[in-house]
Design a binder for this molecule. Structure first.
Ligand code: ATP
Ligand code: LTN
Length: 334
């Protein structure tokens, strides 16, 4: 029998999951669990590269797991785990630090962005973030890594590390491919369409979180920035009308309609009907996910069972890779 291809991805519990987290990577993940052997995790080790409140981090990690399941990731069909439960990530992360170059780490856009935004805490972990992410990926030898546009550079760095490492030791790691959705790879802030909608940055007004109350969601969309030109028509023009283009991207992704269909639907109507329509579509999209998340979160014993079983499965695979790496680089087996 042909072996299933492997897929892996993670999101850091650094803030409540947003519509960007969902429309970018998360909504694609459940489709993949039938066809691929999938590993999805909560990247808590990565989250602490920016200072976190311990109680909030714990709450968000569990909530994120419940949301993964609510979005359709059946724990019987894929491996769901918490990154810090699988110690091999930190161990391989260290090894790969020794194969990641200062120059290439310095060029990472995310490092530059986060350093500018956290000037009082530019720590070593923030700098070596991509080596740990390379370890996350390479431990499982995945064929594809589904991420949003902003993570492409990190996956490319992981590919460079693989090439460097394999060049010295032979074919130890499989070269990973990023899988980036065509529409929705970059959902922008509702109040600042020049910045991506983020879990932890740009204030609350620009984002919609997966658990937001329907009234809040409608309010956020009604006050979303459109454009300052006088034309006031729903037309896809990301350069001149980035706010409208972002709302259209959200509407297109949620409803499955094309940009041309959306332009026709709101032809001659200005934004007065368009913005609430996008809000309503999002409310309807999130309603079942919210209900399911609440139901799952109420059952702590179930969640504990899921992350324990996930860590066990993940550790088994990760340990095989780590042992091979240690042997190749010349560490003595225990
Ligand atoms: P933080 O604000 O803490 O940096 P974030 O909101 O930027 O977090 P990440 O945890 O860095 O989110 O990203 C999780 C995944 O979601 C990544 O694959 C990332 O590319 C994707 N993603 C994040 N924000 C968006 C967005 N606005 N649009 C599309 N994809 C996104
Ligand atoms: N850096 C990613 C989260 C992440 C990840 C990974 C994604 C950590 N390790 C491995 C894919 C594969 C982010 O979302 N910011």
């Amino acid at each position: 029998m042909e072996e299933k291809k492997i897929m892996l991805s993670g999101i850091k519990p650094s803030g409540d999951l947003t519509l960007g987290s969902y429309l970018g990577p998360l909504r694609h993940w459940p489709k993949m669990i039938e066809e691929y052997d999938c590993y999805y995790f909560m990247a808590d080790l990565h989250a602490i590269t920016v200072r976190q409140d311990p109680a909030a981090l714990r709450r968000r990690t569990l909530e994120q797991l419940a949301q993964y399941i609510a979005c359709g990731l059946d724990p019987e069909k894929c491996t769901l785990f918490i990154q810090s439960h699988v110690h091999q990530h930190a161990e391989l992360g260290w090894v790969l630090n020794c194969y990641a170059m200062f120059g290439e780490l310095s060029r990472m856009t995310q490092f530059k962005d986060k350093s500018a935004k956290n000037a009082d805490n530019i720590n070593g972990g923030l700098f070596t973030y991509p080596s740990l992410m390379a370890a996350d990926i390479l431990l499982y030898q995945p064929d594809f890594v589904p991420v949003g546009e902003d993570q492409k550079q990190h996956v490319e760095l992981a590919r460079n590390i693989v090439q460097r490492f394999n060049g010295v030791y032979g074919d130890v790691f499989k070269v990973p491919e990023p899988y980036i959705p065509k529409v929705g790879a970059r959902i922008m802030s509702l109040t600042n369409p020049a910045a991506k909608m983020s879990k932890s940055e740009n204030g609350d007004t620009g984002r919609v979180t997966l658990m937001d109350d329907p009234n809040v969601i409608m309010k956020q969309f009604k006050r979303a920035v459109t454009d300052s030109d006088t034309e006031k028509c729903v037309r896809y023009d990301p350069e001149n009308k980035p706010g409208v283009a972002n709302l259209m991207t959200i509407y297109a992704t949620v409803t499955g309609r094309s940009f041309a269909e959306i332009e026709r639907e709101f032809d001659g109507q200005g934004y007065g009907r368009f913005k609430p329509a996008v809000g309503e579509a999002v409310v309807e999209l999130l309603r079942p996910i919210q209900e399911e998340t609440r139901r799952i979160l109420a059952d702590k014993a179930y969640l504990e069972g899921v992350y324990r079983a996930g860590a066990e499965k993940a550790s088994y695979v990760a340990e095989r890779t780590l042992r091979k790496v240690y042997k190749k680089i010349g560490f003595i087996a225990r």
